[in-house]
Design a binder for this molecule. Structure first.
Ligand SMILES: O=C(O)CCC(=O)C(=O)O
Ligand SMILES: [Fe+2]
Length: 206
């Protein structure tokens, strides 16, 4: 893959108390992650969920692990039909969490979002998980995106952060319930993922 910065050493950037960006943390594992996303999508195709307010989400979703997120209203569905979290996924998520100071992270689920051009995610809190002492580990692959990261109130000022291929954001502790979102994705073609951005969020949901 032609990537000018492919050999760059990963580095870290503080985002907020309890929140850290691990730049290029999964860059070396991008192909394995992408192949696993495709394997999962063969069994559980990406779908556009409808919010409780009746809006169809622009990002398409699938996932793996013990629980599947249904909606902000209905939370997680504990289902036997989901695909197990594979070892590479688990190892990476735990290693990222530990690097950010969350050594006890035990993810049981991974939600996968696929963003095409103009797809976005409006500001929200991840609060359907049962144990909020466990962090969120969020991996970005493919096209870049602007990530908004705010405070505990929707109206709080948000930081705008460019997330690129291979970056990981971990948030927990004082930041666990911070509002966050994704601005509309700009058109582009990524060497690995084509016209898409993928995001994987690892959680202990149940
Ligand atoms: O796509 C992202 O980077 C964030 C996704 C997200 O916030 C979520 O799935 O809850
Ligand atoms: Fe979220």
């Amino acid at each position: 893959m032609l990537d000018f910065f492919h050999d760059e050493e990963p580095w870290q950037e503080a985002l907020a108390p309890g929140a850290l960006i691990l730049r290029r943390f999964v860059q070396q594992d991008d192909l394995v992650l992408y192949q696993e996303i495709n394997r999962i999508a063969m069994q559980h195709p990406f779908i556009h969920r409808v919010t409780p307010g009746g809006f169809t989400m622009s990002a398409a979703m699938t996932g793996c692990g013990a629980a599947q997120w249904v909606s902000a209203r209905d939370g997680y569905l504990n289902t036997r039909e989901t695909i197990a979290l594979n070892q590479t996924f688990l190892d990476l998520a735990k290693r990222a969490a530990a690097t950010a100071g969350y050594a006890d992270f035990i993810p049981d689920s991974c939600l996968i979002n696929r963003y095409a051009v103009d797809s976005k995610m409006t500001l929200h809190q991840d609060k359907n998980e049962r144990d909020l002492t466990q962090p969120i580990v969020s991996i970005s692959l493919g096209l870049p995106a602007i990530f908004l990261f705010g405070g505990l109130m929707r109206s709080d000022k948000t930081a705008k952060v460019l997330l690129e291929h291979g970056d990981v954001v971990v948030w927990g502790g004082a930041s666990r319930l911070c509002f966050h979102g994704i601005l509309p994705i700009k058109a582009g073609i990524h060497p690995l993922t084509g016209p898409y951005r993928f995001n994987l969020t690892f959680r202990q949901a149940l």
